[in-house]
Design a protein around this ligand. Structure first.
Ligand code: GDP
Ligand code: MG
Length: 163
C-alpha cells in the first residue's frame, strides 16, 4: 500500500505550493486569495528517493459561510483519515494565528505522525514566526521555503523514517 501524506493548514500558508513542488507538476491551483484550493487534489509525491501519495487540502476558513467551511472541514477530516502522516503547515512570516492553534490542537489528538512545517522561512522576516511555531506543541518546526525549494532536505529527514 502506498504511504499517504496529507498537507493540512489554514489558507494561504503555502500548502498548494508545497504540493506542486513535491508532485512536480502544477496540479493544484495556487492563488493569493486565501482558501482558493477548495477541492482536494492528490498526486504522487517525490522527495529524493522517497515516493508517496500526497493530498493537498483546503484549510478551514472561519470567514467563509457555514456550508463552505463545513465542506472544507470535512475535506480536511477525510484527508486526515486517509493519511499515514500529516504535514501541518504554518506561515513563518505571519507567525501563529488562532486558526493555527486550532489545527495544532486538533492534530495533537491524532495518533498519526504530524510533522510541523514552518513555510515561507526564507530570509530574516521568518525568524519570529519560526520561534512562534515551537509554541504549538508539535515539536521543532521544519523550516521550509516551498516557493524557493529551500529546506527540502530537512523535510526529507523528517519524512524518511515514516515512509
Ligand atoms: P494555500 O492556500 O495554503 O494552498 O497556499 P498557496 O500555496 O496557494 O500559497 C499562498 C501564497 O503564499 C502564494 O502567494 C504563494 O506564492 C505564497 N508562498 C507559498 N510558499 C511560499 C514560500 O515559501 N515563501 C513565500 N515568501 N511565499 C510563499
Ligand atoms: Mg491551496
Amino acid at each position: 500500500m502506498t504511504f499517504t501524506v496529507a498537507i493540512i493548514g489554514r489558507p494561504n500558508v503555502g500548502k498548494s505550493t508545497l504540493f506542486n513542488r513535491l508532485v512536480g507538476k502544477r496540479l493544484a491551483l495556487v492563488d493569493d486569495q486565501p482558501g482558493v484550493t477548495r477541492d482536494r487534489r492528490e498526486g504522487q509525491g517525490r522527495l529524493a528517493d522517497l515516493t508517496f501519495r500526497i493530498i493537498d487540502t483546503a484549510g478551514l476558513e472561519e470567514a467563509f459561510d457555514d456550508s463552505l467551511a463545513g465542506r472544507m472541514r470535512s475535506q480536511t477530516e477525510r484527508a486526515l483519515a486517509d493519511a499515514d502522516a500529516v504535514l501541518l503547515l504554518v506561515d513563518a512570516r505571519t507567525g501563529t494565528t488562532p486558526l493555527d492553534n486550532h489545527f495544532a490542537n486538533w492534530l495533537r489528538s491524532t495518533d498519526k505522525p504530524v510533522i510541523l512545517v514552518a513555510n515561507k522561512a526564507e530570509g530574516k522576516a521568518a525568524q519570529g514566526g519560526l520561534m512562534d511555531a515551537y509554541a504549538l506543541g508539535l515539536g521543532s518546526p521544519v523550516p521550509l521555503s516551498a516557493e524557493h525549494g529551500e529546506g527540502m532536505e530537512m523535510l526529507y529527514d523528517a519524512l524518511r523514517p515514516l515512509v
